[in-house]
Write a protein that binds this ligand. Sequence first.
Ligand code: MN
Ligand code: MN
Length: 273
Amino acid sequence: MNKFPPFPQDKARLGLLGVAFDENSSYKRGPALAPQKIREAFFCDSSNLWTENETFIGVDGIFADIGDISPGQADMPIETEHAASQLHKAGLKVIAFGGDHSVTYPLVKAAAKFHPALSILHFDAHPDLYDNFENNPYSHASPFARIMESGLAKRLVQVGIRTINGHQREQADRFGVEVLTMHNWRDVFNIHFDSPLYITFDMDCLDPAFAPGISHREPGGLSTREALSVIQSLRANIVAADLVEFNPAQDPSSITEMVCAKIFKEIVARMLA
Ligand code: MN
Ligand code: MN
């Protein structure tokens, strides 16, 4: 397999959606370029299609790929929610990739329609809980404020956080968010979820030494190994995931695209387990 089989497939378990969108980025643009780069890295001959738990994912019967959407700012929420909903409706678990973090609000909306009492595990350097950042309440700095206000998640657990400020601490307390900061990073292993789980993975949760291809380089993050270990130690029914904030324009060495593909593969392994 050198590309994902197209949606629909009679027998598939995971629906894929690329979101080429970065207009809600507050600092640098670039995550719209991510879906294509992640696809190339996934199938790059420098690695293979086996996961670390020794599952071969290069066979038919796993993926159904609806392709990449590249909506404008006004259409992004509705187009993203619609594409993800089609995959959920077909009974698939959903993995979306690419885009800035604002795409997660419509993706979670779609998941919550099909999986009530959703829990969310959020990897990020940033809590993304701003009530309104620079006069855009739908920017990549606010998706979890919108999600919690809308009652879309019964539980939100954040890991990798190392930029929380007074306002976002108030927001976290208001919404009952469980913030596991890097200050206490050892708490992140063996997190248990008793309801359907959505994983949202902002690539800047990782230390920029491991993944420099991001818009906001915040030192002191998780290593790639630590993030993989958190994913691999999860005991949960993972029904959907996204991989966001990879910025290929900041990734001249192409290191980060391979990290994206690795995280993607290990999330796939947990979703299939
Ligand atoms: Mn984020
Ligand atoms: Mn972030």
